[in-house]
Write a protein that binds this ligand. Structure first.
Ligand SMILES: Nc1ncnc2c1ncn2[C@@H]1O[C@H](COP(=O)(O)OP(=O)(O)OP(=O)(O)O)[C@@H](O)[C@H]1O
Length: 348
C-alpha cells in the first residue's frame, strides 16, 4: 500500500557523473523500482562493487541520482527541503568521523538538529529522545567519551544512536554490523527489528553477512553485478535460486538445504545421519568440513545414529557400516573411525 511507503523509486538510475568531458559517467544500476515499507526490515545484499552504498546514499538524498524519481513518504525528494528530508530519513554510513573534541552525548544529540536547528537548545522531549537512543544502543557507559577515541564497534553504535535520536520514518544503514562482535550484532539486529515492527519504522541495511540477512530480513533486495535488483522474501529467493545466482562466481557453493555456504567440495561418503537434531547438526558440520557428503536418504554404506547419552551427559555415535557397528563418544573419535573405514574400503 502506497501510504505505508517510507521510500520508493521509479525508474531510478544511480551512479557517478563524469567530472569532465573525457570521462564517461558510470551507471551503477538503473530501472530501479523499489518500495521500502514502514514496519519492515529490508537487507540489501550484493557482491562487492554492485552498488549498495551508492543506492543507500542516493535514496537518502546524499548523492544525486543519474535519472528517475525518489519519493519519501509519497513526496518527491526534490520537493523537500534538506530539513524535511532529514526528518524522514536518517543514515548510518561507513565513513570515518572527521570531527573530534565532541562527546558521545553531544554527537547523539546532533540527531535532534532537524527539530532544533544546529545551535538550538534541546527541549525536555529532545533530551528524553536522546537518552532513549543512548540507552537503546547500549552506549550509556560511553556518554562522556570523546568520539575520536572510540573503537570501531563503539563508534558504530554511537552512529546508530544518533540515527535513533533523529526519529525518522526510514533508517538506512550501510554495513551497520561490520565492526560489531556477535553479541552486539545480535543486539543491533534485535533493536532494528523492534523499531520496525513495534514503532513502524522502515529499516534498510546493507550487509555482507548472508546468514544474518537470511535470518533478519522481512524482505531481501538482491543487487547483482549487472545492476538489477530483485526483491522478495528471503526463503522464496533461496528456493527459486535467485539468491545463489547473485553471488555466482567460481568457488561459491551455497547449500540450499542448510542455508549456509559450503567451504569444501565433498569427496567422501555419502554418509546418512539420524537421531538427536542438535547432535546431527554439529556432526554434519564436522563431516562436511572433513570432505564427506552428508545424505538425506538412507542409501549408502555408512549410517550414523546420534543419541543423547544420559549417563555421561553427552552424545554417543553408532556407526553402521557393511554389517558392523562401532560406538563412539566424541566427534573426534567418530572422524578417526570413519577415516579407518575409508582406508579399509580402499585397501586391496
Ligand atoms: N566516487 C566514485 N566515483 C566513481 N565511481 C565510484 C565512486 N565510488 C564508487 N564507485 C564505483 O561504483 C560502483 C559501486 O560502488 P559501491 O561502493 O556503491 O558498491 P558496494 O556494493 O557498496 O561495494 P562494497 O560491497 O565493496 O562495499 C563500484 O564499481 C565503484 O568502483
Amino acid at each position: 500500500m502506497e501510504e505505508q511507503s517510507a521510500i520508493s523509486s521509479r525508474d531510478l538510475a544511480i551512479g557517478f557523473r563524469s567530472a569532465g568531458r573525457r570521462r564517461a559517467s558510470l551507471t551503477v544500476a538503473d530501472h530501479i523500482d523499489i518500495n521500502l515499507r514502514r514496519g519492515e526490515v529490508v537487507c540489501l545484499l550484493g557482491p562487492n562493487g554492485s552498488g549498495k552504498s551508492t543506492l543507500i546514499r542516493t535514496l537518502a538524498g546524499l548523492h544525486a541520482p543519474l535519472d528517475g524519481n525518489i519519493y519519501l513518504s509519497g513526496e518527491h525528494i526534490t520537493d523537500l527541503s534538506v530539513k524535511e528530508i532529514s526528518r524522514r530519513v536518517s543514515t548510518v554510513l561507513t565513513d570515518r568521523l572527521t570531527i573530534g573534541n565532541i562527546s558521545v552525548y553531544d554527537l547523539v544529540a546532533f540527531g535532534r538538529s532537524p527539530y532544533t536547528g544546529w545551535f538550538g537548545s534541546l527541549s525536555p522531549e529532545d533530551e528524553e529522545r536522546v537518552a532513549w537512543a543512548i540507552e537503546s544502543a547500549g552506549i550509556a557507559h560511553l556518554r562522556e567519551r570523546d568520539v575520536l577515541h572510540l573503537s570501531d564497534g563503539e563508534r558504530q553504535k554511537v552512529m546508530i544512536a544518533r540515527s535513533l535520536a533523529q526519529d525518522t520514518s526510514a533508517i538506512l544503514l550501510d554495513e551497520p554490523t561490520a565492526h560489531l562482535d556477535l553479541p552486539n550484532r545480535v543486539a543491533t539486529i534485535r533493536l532494528l527489528r523492534a523499531l520496525a515492527h513495534e514503532t513502524g519504522k522502515a529499516v534498510l541495511l546493507s550487509t555482507h553477512e548472508l546468514d544474518l540477512a537470511l535470518k533478519a530480513a522481512d524482505t531481501l533486495w538482491l543487487l547483482n553485478q549487472k545492476g538489477r535488483i530483485t526483491a522478495g522474501t528471503p526463503e522464496d529467493l533461496v528456493l527459486d535460486g535467485t539468491f545463489e545466482a547473485v553471488f555466482e562466481q567460481a568457488g561459491f557453493d551455497f547449500d540450499r538445504s542448510t542455508g549456509s555456504v559450503r567451504l569444501h567440495e565433498p569427496s567422501r561418503g555419502p554418509v546418512f545421519l539420524s537421531g538427536d537434531p542438535t547432535g546431527t547438526f554439529w556432526t554434519r558440520r564436522a563431516l562436511e568440513r572433513s570432505g564427506y557428503r552428508v545424505n538425506e536418504s538412507e542409501k549408502g554404506d555408512i549410517r550414523i545414529e546420534i543419541a543423547v547419552n544420559q549417563r555421561i551427559c553427552g552424545f554417543s555415535w553408532i556407526i553402521q557400516c557393511r554389517g558392523d557397528a562401532y560406538s563412539h563418544s566424541s566427534v573426534r573419535e567418530l572422524l578417526v573411525e570413519l577415516s579407518r573405514l575409508d582406508e579399509a574400503k580402499d585397501a586391496p
